[in-house]
Design a protein around this ligand. Structure first.
Ligand code: SUG
Length: 446
């Protein structure tokens, strides 16, 4: 069976702002209160999607969520007209307004954990929307994410969209950001690597939260019916979390047979590599590309986001291409490392750079913005909606972003009821563009 690895990128929402909401995400804390540019952010994301489509890759779009999210504010007891609620919360509880207004669904790597049909016991592609329960502003994402996945991957003969795991601390789950799949060919059985930061059976006393539990990884492996012999659960290094790697994809990325990771990414590096090698036995020989701390410190890896890159198999190119954020080129250590990497004869043959600065200031690099979905031809043809990037969709999305998005936004602007009106107009227009139906968002259902 042949299959490809498609990327579905989260489209940045009209309320993109710097709320300082994510403990343990150093960029989010540093950017708190800065002016954002929702328009620049959405256009950067659309440009990245177009660039990948132009390289011959299959590129999809995941719609933003409805923000500010009035249902959350109403549940918390605010009442009156929508405008009155926004004004009151802005005045009395600005932190709750920030929580209800984050455009964080843009980081589609946290949308779900995805297992291709070649790995699941029932021959369907499995999706588990992430409950994201560690952070208040992201714990409201899963229902809408589930709806989006169920619309796009609607064919239940080929796709299985699960409910999120229970909202219990034992099952805290952050989706594909803590997942790597290695394989010889995308269509063949592979090795699924699930990375956790905390074992719910023991207490965790780190400086920053460990957002993924071992128990959530076990539950996902069970519900996706993964082959235990081909599934590896690995503990993320505590030192990496302490240094600001709040997801494993800040220190590791992999595709095909190649795992590209920082020397200090895993708590027991040798054990992790041995387990991957054993799980791959008879399928393929893993190619490990380890970046030594002596060449790139954890701090440089985290500020530059070297590993939050997309590792791409581009049609017609022999070696992999690493699509890194611009910040990787601006950091002396990671730039020098990249030069040495491509001069060698390992699996990564080129490094290219993408500008996603608006997202980076909130701790989201190129890899955070995309959810990978391995699809066979038949699965690709079974997608619903108009969500695959084409020149026409690119033009339409660009015009849409230019028309509906503000050029600048400060956290204080979230209290402007017009922002709610503008956002709804934008999302209404988007559901038509993407063919998602006129009842896709809660506000559209009245
Ligand atoms: O969950 N930032 C996101 C960044 C997610 C990055 N994703 C991956 N590594 N895959 C987070 O911490 C910041 C929002 C704010 O502070 O306004 C935020 O949610």
């Amino acid at each position: 069976m042949t299959a490809i690895e498609a990327n579905f990128d989260g489209l940045v929402g009209p309320t993109h702002n710097y709320g300082g909401l994510s403990e343990g995400n150093l960029a989010s804390a540093r950017s708190e209160g800065l002016a954002s540019s929702p328009r620049e952010a959405v256009l950067e994301g659309i440009a990245k999607m177009k660039a990948l489509a132009d390289l011959g890759l299959v590129q999809g779009v995941m719609p933003p969520h409805e923000r500010p999210f009035l249902p959350l504010l109403k549940t918390l007891g605010f009442s009156g007209s929508d405008a009155a609620i926004i004004e009151q919360v802005g005045r009395e509880a600005p932190h709750l307004l920030r929580r209800a207004s984050s455009a964080s669904a843009m980081w589609a790597a946290n949308a779900a954990m995805v297992s291709p049909s070649a790995d699941s016991g029932d021959g369907r592609v499995h999706f588990s929307p992430a409950n994201l329960m560690t952070t208040g502003h992201r714990a409201i994402e899963a229902p809408q994410t589930r709806r989006a996945l169920a619309r796009i991957f609607a064919d239940s003969e080929r796709f299985c969209v699960h409910d999120p795991l229970p909202y219990q601390s034992d099952f805290a789950d952050e989706g594909a950001a803590n997942h790597v799949r290695l394989c010889e060919n995308h269509g063949a059985a592979g090795v699924e690597l699930l990375v956790w930061g905390r074992d719910a059976a023991t207490s965790y006393d780190g400086r920053f939260p460990a957002r993924q539990t071992r128990q959530s990884c076990e539950a996902i492996a069970r519900r996706h019916r993964l082959d235990p012999a081909r599934t590896v659960l690995v503990q993320q290094a505590r030192t990496a979390i302490e240094a600001g790697a709040f997801h494993n994809d800040v220190v590791c990325v992999g595709t095909g047979t190649c795992l590209f990771y920082h020397e200090q990414a895993f708590e027991d590096r040798d054990g992790a590599l041995a387990a991957i090698r054993q799980a791959a036995e008879g399928l393929f020989e893993p190619a490990f590309v380890e970046v030594p701390a002596s060449e790139v410190s954890l701090d440089d890896a985290i500020t530059s986001y070297l590993f939050n890159s997309q590792l791409l198999q581009i049609p017609g190119e022999d070696r992999l291409v690493l699509l890194a954020p611009e910040e990787t080129r601006e950091n002396a250590a990671t730039r020098a490392y990249c030069d040495r990497l491509v001069a060698g004869n390992g699996p990564i043959g080129a490094v290219r750079f993408a500008s996603v600065r608006q997202s980076m200031r909130n701790g989201g690099g190129p890899a955070c913005l995309r959810l990978r979905v391995v699809l066979t031809d038949a699965e690709r043809h079974a997608l619903s909606g108009n969500v695959l990037m084409t020149p026409a969709l690119f033009e339409a999305l660009n015009a849409w972003g230019n028309k509906h998005y503000r050029d600048t936004l400060l956290p204080a602007d979230l209290a402007d009821p017009n922002l709610l009106v503008e956002s709804r107009e934008a999302l209404d227009a988007l559901t038509a563009l993407l063919g998602l139906g006129a009842d896709f968002y809660p506000f559209q259902r009245g």
